[in-house]
Design a protein around this ligand. Structure first.
Ligand code: HEC
Length: 116
């Protein structure tokens, strides 16, 4: 437990390997647009479905209008089963065993403080 915490603290802000589960669709380089999925730069604290440069599903836009904001808790819930949380979202379920917690830790930790 302590060793894991130390390893996490020592990690550089670069995406963890776990982000490989996301890069086929998403980017965290703020300059990259036109991808199959919304840019995730600075996603922590952002209202769902709110990037002007992405054509979200009506379901994701409605979720944002309804008050959904991306936090550690909502990201974990969404990634565990996107359509259970946002019925009708265009994002499909990740492969079983995808290291969701590691990606969320990074999106709400190092990435959040370095890419705003
Ligand atoms: C096969 C493509 C694909 C993969 C892989 C994928 N996503 Fe998505 N994701 C999407 C699409 C498409 C949307 C837009 C959903 C909508 O509009 O309903 C989305 C939306 C999201 C959103 C909401 C963004 C916003 O601006 O509101 C988050 C957060 C997210 N994905 C995180 C992830 C993470 C983290 C991973 C990797 C663990 C991942 N996704 C893997 C396609 C993907």
């Amino acid at each position: 437990m302590m060793i894991a915490a130390m390893l996490l603290a020592a990690a550089a802000p670069a995406p963890p390997l776990a982000f490989n589960y996301c890069v086929s669709c998403h980017s965290v380089d703020p300059a990259e647009t036109g991808l199959p999925a919304p840019n995730l730069a600075g996603v922590a604290g952002r209202t769902a479905g709110s990037r002007p440069d992405f054509a979200y599903s009506p379901a994701m836009r409605a979720a944002g209008k309804g008050g959904l904001v991306w936090t550690r808790e909502t990201l974990n819930r969404f990634l565990a089963n996107p359509r259970a949380m946002v019925p009708g979202t265009a994002m499909q379920r990740l492969p079983p065993g995808a290291p969701i917690a590691a990606v969320v830790d990074w999106l709400t930790g190092d990435q959040a403080s370095s890419k705003r």
